[in-house]
Write a protein that binds this ligand. Sequence first.
Ligand code: BES
Ligand code: MN
Ligand code: ZN
Length: 476
Amino acid sequence: MQTIVKKLNKEKNYKASVYLINDCKQLPLSQFSEEELHFISYQHDELEKEMILLPKIERIIMIQFFKNEGESYKINEKCRKSGDKIASFLNENKIASVLITDCCENQFAAYCLAEGMALGNYQFIKYKTEQKSNSLQEIYIDSTQINKLQYEHLNILTDAVYKCRNLVNEPLTFLDAVSFSEIITQMAKDANVKVDVFNKTKIESLKMGGLIAVNRGSIDPPTFSVLEWKPKEHKNTKPFVFVGKGVVYDTGGVNIKPGDSMLDMKCDMGGAAAVVCAIYAIAKAKLPIHVVGLIPSTDNRPDGNAYVPGDVITMFTGKTVEIMNTDAEGRLILADALGYASKYQPELVIDLATLTGAASRAIGPYGIVAMHANAETEFDNLKNSGQNVYERLAEFPFWEEYGELIKSDVADIKNLGGSEAGMITAGKFLQEFTDYPFIHLDIAGPVFLSKKDSYRGKAATGVGVRLLFDFILSKI
Ligand code: BES
Ligand code: MN
Ligand code: ZN
């Protein structure tokens, strides 16, 4: 169930209360005794505690300190992390609703505290026969810093991130390419987004050779979903197009993944889920920007008819590709979508993909590996959004020389570079199918976590949703 954030309701009797401050002097004196204020100062000044619990019988009172020092995006992230800790504590104490009283003048602190609480309160328990749901359901805020629109955006985003995490956490038994496209269709309808799903026949008639090749080893058909949010009064003349890798399961194909490396590969549609849920949020918030989403989807399996190394395939754009490794499948399905994106004459195309283990090895789960071609200014804007939502971009070089590594003897290009710079040669492969400003985001690192990381949780994080939303919000 979604955790809801609301403006203070004065009638309500809160069983738990959080005071957000940077200095003891900010505490409302009417609500605390002198003894209590002493206790709080002692705990903070002497014991250096950031979160202080006031012993009271009738209700839980917490004082959350934060330092108003340093770059504001780092302060915001600290507040989100504090929010996650508070949510855990409230759940341990079976509290259903909490009031945050914002005693400081920081523009985003209360918003981020609530955001961390709401996102940290996510659970994926549908497959547990004994479901232990978190008690926390409602977060109320008393703050002059948050307006009506921000409350709305926060709730829309929490919902969208929860939906994204659900999609990524769902196993293949539940989410194959067809059922994924059905959920996409339902979400689009809920948000008034235009949706069109291409079936296998249509995909074949469009000659999407990459998507067809990867799908050949599967018993389930591929899908290609097109989402379009084009409100009447949109501000951009050319659309922003988002492309998401929708591999619902990646076994590697006949180059089967060894050992445990296949274990988490239900997360290989994390880029697609982020694109779908970001557009869902953008439309729910009615942001006046024309946005298109393209989702090629299939599983990647070995079977009697599976594609094999040595095959040469012809892509949507007509370019030929020599298959070197069937586990480099993401770039093949994305290439067809990127080729298809041209027809929109886009302002910018951003793709999100769990594309390479190399990206994950390079920077771990702490950020997104990013490259761009002819999109200098927009890249800076996206980087800025990355700091706002703490889904930071790490820019990698995109030099021509890397393009040399994917030249093929028999076809135009091959689907594998050398042993070095795998995340970059994968990006270079994608660039071959673009003729517009292009940003490539490899989210293999942060998409699915092996251990809990604060409000991002364990397993699916929903990375990309808040990033794309913030980027589009900045266009208004
Ligand atoms: N889906 C994987 C990449 C991946 C790895 C995502 C770890 C999330 C976590 C991708 O399709 C893949 O298999 N990439 C290969 C590419 C190689 C064959 C060039 C890889 O990274 O090993
Ligand atoms: Mn693969
Ligand atoms: Zn993959």
